[in-house]
Design a protein around this ligand. Structure first.
Ligand code: NOJ
Length: 735
């Protein structure tokens, strides 16, 4: 392991002593796997030609890693060339973007975060690792741990939402799940928290845009999920494309070396994002390619992805003395130690076993997990007159472009999903249809364009039905990389369909498809019930049917706030306090929009189940918290309904006075518990000074004595707080 506590692998030093500069630089190069391209039909001739070239580079010792290929048999052949035909026989490490499932596709990470069950993310990441390593992949470029406070940005779909506490829990769980207990095991998938750092804070939510950010915000909001992922054992980090206050993240010495290596003691490998070193020239941060190489490498980027810049320029930079040989050796050592840590020096053919790849015995379990993960990710936003769950004996009209759709099920960044196993909404709704119910399916419109006669057919079906299931939302390609939006709304053709269907007066249940929080409008906003179904993956249809027909009571909560309007972005619940809050006692000169209140339509943490849950008052075990003490915060929650449900009990904190303006509330804990009908449970959270800490005005990290509010509540805006005071150290000492 590349860890100060463990001795270095002697094979690494022996190799380093024998390597030429070119071979050393070769270990720092990551290139697209054209030997096993994941879309070979795109350009077969080119692929064949490139495959030969790539193998030649591997043979020459000029490739440390290949990415986004798949297949155990061909992976074995690549490895055979590396181990048997290159001069030093150093194995390559095979990487890929395996983000939320491999063959079995789980919900997009944002959707899964809605479960508020990090343990679930652990299990889906573990299943993903089992399938990915069976397909000849050692290393995933996941999890994305970027905090997304602006829903215009499309890559929020890959992370855990707007909140840092939730983001840390999911980052750590995903790393543990991918890697498993033993990094050397054949089913361990090396994890890569990305994108370091501030990527989610791109200005105006526009992909690849600049980032201007306060030091305290960077430290308190965007860095903690990386720390959590590293503490969970991640040994690789990917840099971000964006600059941070003028310095590109991929050439940021203060962050890559000062913080990551020196302060946090990160022993692993820093890999660039795709051509991020090359882009330093486009940023205007480097004069030319050689300068870009120098800046990226000197800042602390160990591996260069796809640009070929390190191969082209590092040898000359070493020759000229601008890059010390010791620095080159240190980066190569980290790469070799990484390969040793995952067992590639002991068994270069680990995770390259065609027999394991063709073994499908785990699939039933993974499909069951995918169904459970998907239904645990569905958020019920509203449920007027208990229209859900549907009762038996109803005439149901399933209307909308997503009902029969098979191409918008998996969500962004799914390269390897087995589409033949995807369950559409129609298939799931038919399979679970209660006795005596009927189901009529009408598309109504396309994803972005009207269909001739579509609205008429939809209206007729709605009129003849007792209830409408209206499947509308964003096409899959609206979220993910390079998919920023200015208006986070449903495409107009679908909105028009929704208005026409609603006008029939038949109750409408919206099944929303989305990769971000949306600004819901008109008939979609006003529907009797709304289920947020994200992109749920392979088992979409069955999971939605489970919730709609009542086999499962929805238990997820929003990991992102749904605003009233796109123009409120960036919008997040834990915003700093303003001097003129939007409270009734303030006159019109207050923080608000002319058109909308400055609140969420549905706030972070909100979500309903099929029973009403009552919260008793929040109480603290003492009015004061000693500097080194702990405090208990408690509340009683009661299931006032008639069926068992799972409730996500949330702990929020507010620091009343701080040396930097504090957020109105911050999530500090959550617990998901099952409550039987009529059951009451007391929920207790422990609080200590560490949870009150933040980056203070002088940039030090710590808590400040004074008054705090604390809530145990069902969402980020609900409930009434209890109050306590953190005593300064001397008071604690006095007694
Ligand atoms: C660019 C993306 O930003 C990153 O997340 C991904 O891992 C790389 N491309 C490699 O595909």
């Amino acid at each position: 392991m590349p860890n100060a506590a463990k001795p270095a692998d002697p094979r690494v030093e022996s190799l380093l002593a024998r390597m030429t500069v070119e071979e050393k630089v070769g270990q720092l190069g990551v290139f697209a796997d054209m030997v096993r391209p994941f879309a070979p039909d795109v350009n077969p001739e080119n692929n064949v030609r490139n495959a030969g070239e790539v193998l030649e580079q591997v043979r020459a010792g000029r490739v440390g890693s290949l990415f986004n290929g798949v297949g155990a048999a061909q992976g074995r052949e690549i490895q055979r060339v590396a181990v048997e035909e290159s001069r030093l026989g150093i194995p390559v490490i095979l990487a890929a973007d395996v983000i939320h499932g491999m063959r079995t596709v789980f919900p997009i990470p944002l959707g899964e975060a809605a479960s508020f069950e990090p343990e679930l993310a652990y299990r889906t990441a573990r299943a993903t690792a089992i399938e990915a390593t069976a397909a000849g992949i050692h290393w995933t470029y996941a999890p994305a741990v970027d905090i997304a406070r602006d829903q215009r940005w499309g890559r929020g779909a890959e992370g855990a939402g707007e909140d840092t506490f939730l983001g840390c829990a999911f980052a750590a769980a995903r790393v543990r799940g991918f890697q498993g207990a033993d990094l050397r095991a054949a089913d361990s998938l090396l994890a890569t928290p990305k994108h370091f750092v501030g990527y989610g804070a791109v200005a105006a939510g526009m992909e690849y845009n600049y980032v201007e950010i306060a030091e305290g915000t960077l430290r308190d909001v965007h860095l903690p999920p990386f720390k959590a992922a590293l503490d969970a054992g991640a040994l690789a980090v990917m840099t971000a494309f964006n600059d941070i206050n003028g310095v590109p993240a991929s050439a940021n010495h203060a962050l890559l070396t000062g913080l990551l290596r020196e302060q946090w003691g990160f022993p692993g490998v820093v890999v660039s994002d795709y051509t991020a070193d090359m882009e330093l020239v486009a940023h205007g941060y480097a004069a030319d390619d050689r300068d870009a190489t120098l800046r990226a490498f000197s800042a602390g980027m160990d591996m260069s992805m796809q640009s070929g810049f390190y191969a082209a320029h590092l040898p000359a930079l070493v020759e000229s003395g601008q890059v010390p040989m010791a620095a080159l050796d240190a980066a190569v050592r980290r790469v070799l130690e990484l390969k040793a840590a995952v067992g590639l020096f002991d068994d270069p053919y680990r995770s390259l076993d065609p027999a394991r790849e063709s073994d499908v015995s785990q699939l039933p379990a993974h499909e069951a997990l995918a169904r459970d993960a998907a239904r645990r990710s569905i958020v019920l936003l509203r449920n007027e007159a208990d229209v859900l769950p549907l009762r038996g004996g109803q005439r149901i009209a399933a209307i909308g472009p997503f009902v029969r759709d098979r191409d918008n099920i998996e969500g962004c960044w799914t390269l390897f999903g087995d589409k033949t196993r995807y369950v559409t909404l129609e298939e799931g709704l038919r399979a679970g249809l209660p006795a005596g119910s009927t189901l009529e399916v009408v598309d109504g419109c396309g994803l972005e364009a009207p269909l001739e006669g579509g609205i008429e057919a939809a209206v007729a079906a709605a009129r003849a039905a007792d209830v409408v299931l209206l499947a509308v939302g964003e096409p899959q390609r609206y979220s993910g990389e390079a998919q920023s939006r200015t208006r986070i709304v449903i495409p107009p053709a679908q909105q028009a369909l929704a208005e026409a269907v609603a006008a029939t007066g038949t109750p409408v249940v919206v099944l929303l498809r989305n990769g971000r929080a949306l600004a819901l409008e008109g008939a979609v906003r006003d529907a009797a019930a709304i289920l947020v179904t994200w992109f749920l993956g392979s088992q979409t249809g069955h999971a939605v049917a489970d919730v709609v027909y009542g086999g499962y009571s929805p238990s997820a909560r929003l990991p992102v706030s749904f605003p009233h309007d796109s123009g409120q972005q960036p919008f997040f619940y834990n915003h700093p306090r303003t001097g003129r809050p939007e409270t009734p006692e303030m006159s019109e000169f207050k923080a608000r929009w002319r058109e909308h209140p400055n609140t969420a339509l549905y706030p972070f943490g909100h979500g309903l189940g099929y029973a009403r849950i009552e919260y008793g008052p929040t109480a603290v075990s003492a009015p004061v918290l000693d500097w080194d003490g702990t405090l208990e915060v408690r509340a009683t929650v009661r299931n006032a309904g008639t069926r068992a449900v799972e409730e996500v009990v949330q702990l929020y904190l507010h620091d009343r006075v701080g040396s930097r303006v504090r957020p109105v509330r911050e999530l500090k804990g959550f617990r998901k518990l099952e409550l039987q009908p009529g059951e009451s449970r007391e929920v207790v959270f422990a609080l200590s000074r560490a949870q009150l800490a933040f980056t203070r005005a002088d940039v030090s990290h710590g808590a400040e004595p004074g008054a705090f509010d604390v809530w145990i509540a069902p969402s980020s805006v609900a409930g009434a707080p209890a109050r306590f005071e953190l005593l300064p150290p001397q008071d604690a000492a006095r007694g």
